[in-house]
Every structure is written in C-alpha cells, then in structure tokens.
Design a protein around this ligand. Structure first.
Ligand code: GAF
Length: 386
C-alpha cells in the first residue's frame, strides 16, 4: 500500500510505533470544515452555516507514567517535539507543535489535570486553504489529552478552549466558528450556529447536491493583519452605534450614522449586517430545498465579500464566476469560503452538473490566472465528539 492509500490512522500508527517503539492505545479524529455562508460574522456575535468535512486530523496516542509530552508530526517530516507538563510551556520555532503546547497550556490553566503522553499526528486538511486545519488540530488534541487520562469535556467548552489557544498562544484573533463546527458537525448536515448563544442547529443537506470545493492555490498573504484590521473596523462601527457587536445592528441604524463614519467602515459593517441576514435566509432555503434562493444568497455573499469587505482576490472571483456560469436550472451556487485573501471557493452543485462544472473550471481557470486549481468533492461528516 502506498502512503497515499493508507488511512490517516494507519499512517499515524506506523509513525508512532516506529518512533516510540510500542503501539498506541488510543486514536482520535477531528474533521476540517467548510463554511457555506456567514463569513466574518462569528466575531460579530452573528450567524454562520458551516459543515464538517471528510478531511481531518488524526492523533494516535498512549498515556505515559510521567509528565512528559512527546509528539511526532507525520506531515512535517516526522519531526519530534518534546516538553514537560510540570515546566513552563514555551513556544517553539517549529510552528506545528505550538498547537500542542498551546492546548496543553490552556487545559492546565483551565484546571484540568493532565498526564504525560506520546502522540503521533497526521492530517489531510490542505494547509492554508481556509478549511481549518489548525482548528481541527486544536480540537483533536484537546480530546486526546483529556481522554487519555479518563477526563472528558463538553464539546462547546472544547471549542472555546481551542479558540483560546488560537487567540492567546498562537496569537491569531479568530472567532469561534471553526472550533464549534469541528466539535458539533453532523453527518449529511450543515449546522446553523448562533455565535452569541453558541447554540447549534443541524440543517439537512440534500443528497441530490454535492459540496464541491475548488482550491484557488493562491498563496495567502497578509491574512493575519488584514483579518485583524477587519475586526477593528467592525468594532469601530459597533462603538459608533453604541452596541457591543454588529449582530445587534440593522441597515437602518447604520444608514443613520452614515455621514459620521468613514466610508470604508460603513461598507465593512454593511457586509456583516447583510451577511447575517443572508445566513439566516440561507438556512431556511436549505431546509426548504430551495436551491435557487440558496444560489442567489451565495452569489450576494460573494459580492459583499468582494466589494464591501474586500477580502477576495481576482483568481477567487474568477473561480466563482466560472462555476456560476455553469450552474443552471437546478440551482445551487458558489462563493469564497473562509477568512479570505486566497484559499477556496465552496460550491453546491446538482449531481448531474458536477462533471460539467469541474470540466469548465479546468478548461478556463489556469488559462486565465496561470495557477492550477485543486478540486475536492466533500461529504458532510460528524464532528470530533460524535
Ligand atoms: C477564519 C476564522 F478562524 C473564523 O473564526 C472566521 O472568522 C472566518 O475566518 C471568517 O468567517 O476561519
């Protein structure tokens, strides 16, 4: 069997056994995610409609009798990281092990008792694609470190600890969407999440449609700084409206202060207010299997991300247009997914049109933009705690 054909669990188990000299006792998995609609709404206390997908991160592990953590990263040339839970947990230059260090640090700070562990980690969520490889890693490590010592955690609390790891240890000021869907995903469903109450409502997907993800393979630059700037703009609009989050704003309220705020802040806020409305409408359309409405909302969401929030790039806009050109009488739609500035386009395509849409993108995207796309046909899967 080649490395490609081996399951994640087999790859992790081989690596574990060869590095640590004995087989692992436990295996854990967390999926990645794709967001169908509701972008940059999570940190505004708003609504999102993502699904967990059949790409993810697997950790195999065994408890140790001391306080050492040893981990092997299959995706990073089998690099080994090591630290001690009884010593101060510091950052490492290797990048990947900071997620493990950060998760252990947050769990200890939250009062959980942890034991030493040996772990091997492997994932197939494409990096830098906006499909949440980092959040999957955080959530699976939280489960692994706790369950190895017979402790458990509520999925929502795990999501919050994952987000805290990202915000405080990794230093990325991200919202709660990714960790929540990874914890609460449901097979064959998207999940409507209220990012204020943290309640989740599964919405069935239709077997007649496929989730087709097109990776633009655009290298994402300045993502962190642009993300933080967007957050600050949203907060500036909320402050001017004397509300805590844009979730509580309406377009009438925003239009009332239009003359008093910068035009850019106005557009950023307009994206968030209208995106929240679109997300709720999209969940209703999905429930009603109204694929024309869903397609229209996805198109409007993309335009809003392009013109108002300004987080798309020309190859991504081009990809969306190519897909839209082929989506016909069955409905369905396409939009950029994730934080922006590159990454992926998510599309919902009727089964009868999947081949045609993919062929159209293949025939035109690289010719126009000089980059080759990657296509993933995904299933919605259960979250890490199912
Ligand atoms: C990234 C963040 F991690 C999420 O919290 C969310 O804000 C998303 O960008 C944009 O919708 O994935």
């Amino acid at each position: 069997m080649s490395g490609q054909e081996k399951t994640l669990q087999q790859q992790a188990t081989e690596s574990f056994t060869s590095h640590f000299g004995y087989p692992p006792s436990h295996s854990f998995h967390a999926p990645g995610r794709v967001n169908l609609i509701g972008e940059h709404t999570d940190y505004n206390d708003g609504f999102v409609l993502p699904a967990a997908i059949d790409f993810g991160t697997t950790v195999v592990a065994s408890q140790r009798s001391d306080s050492k953590i040893r981990a092997c990263a299959v995706n990073f040339d089998q690099q080994i990281a090591q630290f001690d839970l009884n010593e101060e947990i510091t950052h490492s230059d290797d990048g990947w092990s900071n997620y493990l260090r950060g998760v252990a640090d947050q769990l200890l700070k939250a009062g959980f008792k942890l034991a030493g562990a040996d772990l091997a980690i492997v994932g197939d969520v494409p990096y830098g694609a906006g499909l949440s490889s980092s959040a999957a890693l955080e959530v699976v490590l939280i489960r692994a470190l706790l369950e190895l010592c017979d402790s458990s955690i509520d999925p929502t609390q795990a999501a919050l600890l994952g987000q805290k790891t990202e915000n405080e240890f990794i230093g990325a000021q991200t919202g709660i969407m990714d960790q929540l869907i990874i914890a609460h995903g449901k097979k064959d469903h998207a999940v409507l999440i209220d990012c204020r109450s943290l309640t989740t409502q599964p919405v069935p997907l239709d077997a007649d449609f496929k989730i087709v993800i097109f990776h633009s393979n655009v290298k994402r630059g300045l993502v962190d700084s642009e993300y933080n700037t967007r957050r600050l703009s949203c907060q500036a609009a909320a402050d001017k409206l004397a509300i805590s989050h844009l979730r509580d704003a309406t377009m009438d309220m925003l239009d009332n202060i239009k003359g008093e705020i910068d035009e850019v802040i106005y557009r950023r806020a307009r994206h968030v207010i209208t995106e929240n409305e679109r997300t709720l409408e999209a969940a209703d359309a999905l429930k009603a299997r109204d694929w024309q409405t869903l397609g229209r909302l996805m198109a409007e969401s993309h335009t809003s991300m392009k013109d108002d929030f300004e987080i798309t790039v020309p190859p991504i806009d081009g990809l969306v247009s190519l897909i839209q050109e082929k989506i016909g009488r069955h409905g369905g739609g396409a939009r950029m997914t994730g934080g922006g500035f590159g990454g992926c386009v998510v599309s919902l395509v009727h089964n009868s049109q999947v081949d045609e849409v993919i062929a159209h993108v293949k025939a035109n995207y690289q010719a126009k933009f000089g980059i080759k796309e990657t296509v993933y046909i995904c299933q919605a899967v259960d979250g890490a705690f199912a």
